[in-house]
Design a protein around this ligand. Structure first.
Ligand SMILES: NC(=O)c1ccc[n+]([C@@H]2O[C@H](COP(=O)([O-])OP(=O)(O)OC[C@H]3O[C@@H](n4cnc5c(N)ncnc54)[C@H](O)[C@@H]3O)[C@@H](O)[C@H]2O)c1
Length: 280
């Protein structure tokens, strides 16, 4: 069902790679709700070719940009404003990547070049997007920027590795920039801390299926899926949430407030044989 929540609103969506991506679902939902937007991803991601289908479906032009490159972002935001003939109203930052995770480097054996890339791609890129947008005065008053985060920013979840540090920084950037952008231009900035979800990035974390089973058992409402994430993010782009800013908003079926649930304890009791794989 559509409520026209984004009718007349224009934006940029970073990070749709394929139809499993959280950004893909958010783009579809934003389109259903009447929003217009530019899609963007790295030239490498675009070469995979899947974004064309989303672009056609949502009537959304694609402009390539690497979110770690300030000149790419300047070009993206300038071209976006040319395309729409003015400022925009929403930006989705749905970007994450860790070579340490990909290469199975443990947290006590990180490659530091990889670590810097993790932070640059997954956290500092939000600052770059905001700084470029601010300098070009690209976002209308009461506009909304949302970045996707994960509870490993607050709590240790083994194997999430250096991405936990990047998420903590991402959430901090949302607060620090949220003050300045809110004070000067009434632009709001929030992070949404989403349940684990089987996307390309999600599948990169070893043991993801088991983690999803665990969080499903722990959460009174069950895990939030990608389409539910899209529903939530669209409300944050809408005018219904104009005074929400500088927040990390858990979208996780209640997981973040749980200590132990009956369902998780039930499985734990059945397997008290000890920890078999405590390598990290
Ligand atoms: N999947 C999960 O379990 C989960 C849970 C919570 C939060 N998140 C976050 O959601 C966001 C989206 O991830 P996803 O799960 O949809 O996976 P995904 O792999 O579909 O999306 C990650 C995106 O980041 C893009 N990207 C990587 N490097 C980039 C760069 N330099 N510039 C621009 N884009 C770049 C990729 O091309 C890809 O489109 C990430 O921030 C991720 O950490 C995911």
């Amino acid at each position: 069902m559509s409520y026209n929540l984004l009718k007349g609103k224009k934006g940029i969506i970073f990070g749709a790679l394929n139809d499993q991506s959280l950004a893909w679902k958010i783009a579809e939902k934003a389109h259903d709700e009447g929003g217009e937007f530019i899609l963007t991803n790295t030239p490498l991601a675009l070469r995979m070719g899947e974004l064309d289908a989303l672009s056609k479906k949502c009537n959304a032009p694609v402009i390539p940009s690497d979110a770690t490159s300030v000149s790419d972002l300047e070009n993206l935001i300038r071209k976006t404003m040319e395309h729409f003939g003015g400022k925009i109203d929403f930006i989705l930052h749905s970007i994450g990547m860790s070579m340490n995770v990909r290469k199975k480097r443990t947290y006590d054996d990180l490659d530091y070049d990889f670590y810097q890339k993790t932070v640059d791609i997954s956290a500092m890129s939000l600052h770059k997007v905001l700084q470029v947008a601010r300098k070009q005065d690209a976002i209308n008053e009461w506009g909304s920027v949302v970045a996707l985060s994960y509870i490993a920013a607050q709590r240790t979840l083994y194997r999430y590795n250096d991405m936990a540090d990047a998420k903590a920084m991402l959430e901090s950037i949302a607060r620090s920039f949220g003050y300045i952008y809110g004070r000067d231009k009434k632009v709001r900035i929030n992070t949404v801390s989403q349940s684990p979800t089987l996307t390309t990035a999600g599948k990169g974390v070893r043991g993801m299926e088991n983690l999803i089973d665990f969080t499903e058992r722990m959460s009174p409402l069950g895990n939030a899926d990608a389409s539910e994430c899209a529903d939530y993010v669209v409300t944050l782009f809408s005018d219904l949430t104009r005074k929400v800013t500088m927040q990390n908003l858990f979208h996780d079926g209640g997981f973040s407030s749980m200590g132990m649930s009956y369902n998780a304890m039930y499985v734990y009791n059945k397997s008290l044989d000890g920890c078999l794989d405590c390598d990290d």
